[in-house]
Design a protein around this ligand. Structure first.
Ligand SMILES: N[C@@H](CCC(=O)N[C@@H](CS)C(=O)NCC(=O)O)C(=O)O
Length: 211
């Protein structure tokens, strides 16, 4: 039996939920360790010893048989790729697969063209003067989501033939924009979203942390 296990330090945020869904999808054994961000737990010494930047998610890999200290991994996307390597052909097609470039292209589309402007808008949320800038960023996010209709139209999953990292990135960010997405003009994306939101790994990953 595989003795490796993981602790996932996090909170109910997009970056952490993506990692929780990836653990579920990859079938890797993990324990969600809820951090109290409002209470500043991520800025206290025990957590800073894991991640001096004071941000979640953080994964600690325990492998009692390798005789080494537990491995600590920060940065949600580094963690996702690490997990993809631990469970080959679950989250991402393997190196030699021709489907890999499509899966990566779509994953980075969601990361850089959808999630990045969304995070930029979120960072401005407390500043009244930035409301027009936030609206522009949100429009950009929704337009970029709408362009993903063609991904959903030409393959069963946004990642291609298998559910993968692009689907995980997409379902979490689309949850945040579901009220403003023009669903009526996006039939393939609507079907995909219904399927992705009810997928057991997504349902379980989304409830790994509570608010
Ligand atoms: N680039 C990092 C960003 C991590 C990040 O910004 N985490 C947020 C929650 S999603 C956080 O810890 N915020 C607490 C803070 O900045 O005080 C990643 O992808 O993991």
């Amino acid at each position: 039996m595989n003795s490796v296990s993981y602790d996932l330090y996090g909170a109910p945020t997009g970056n952490c939920v993506r990692v929780a869904i990836a653990f579920e999808e990859a079938g890797l054994r993990y324990t969600a360790k809820q951090m109290n961000l409002a209470g500043g737990e991520h800025r206290a010494a025990p957590f800073l010893a894991l991640n001096p930047v004071g941000k979640v998610p953080v994964v600690v890999e325990h492998d009692p048989l390798n005789g080494q200290s537990p491995r600590v991994i920060t940065q949600s996307n580094a963690i996702l790729f690490y997990l993809a390597g631990c469970a080959p052909d679950t989250l991402l097609p393997t190196e030699s697969s021709p489907c890999r470039s499509t899966a990566l292209e779509r994953y980075f589309y969601f990361l850089t063209d959808v999630i990045a402007p969304s995070h930029a808008g979120f960072a401005l949320r407390a500043d009244q003067a930035s409301i027009p800038a936030r609206q522009k960023l949100d429009e950009r996010v929704v337009n970029a989501i709408a362009h993903a209709e063609r991904f959903a139209a030409d393959s069963p999953f946004l990642s291609g033939d298998r559910f993968g990292l692009a689907d995980i990135a997409a379902v979490t960010i689309m949850d945040a924009y579901r009220q403003t997405i023009p669903w009526d003009s996006l039939p393939a994306l609507s079907r995909w979203y219904e399927m992705a939101s009810t997928r057991p790994s997504v349902v379980r990953g989304k409830s790994a942390f509570h608010s």
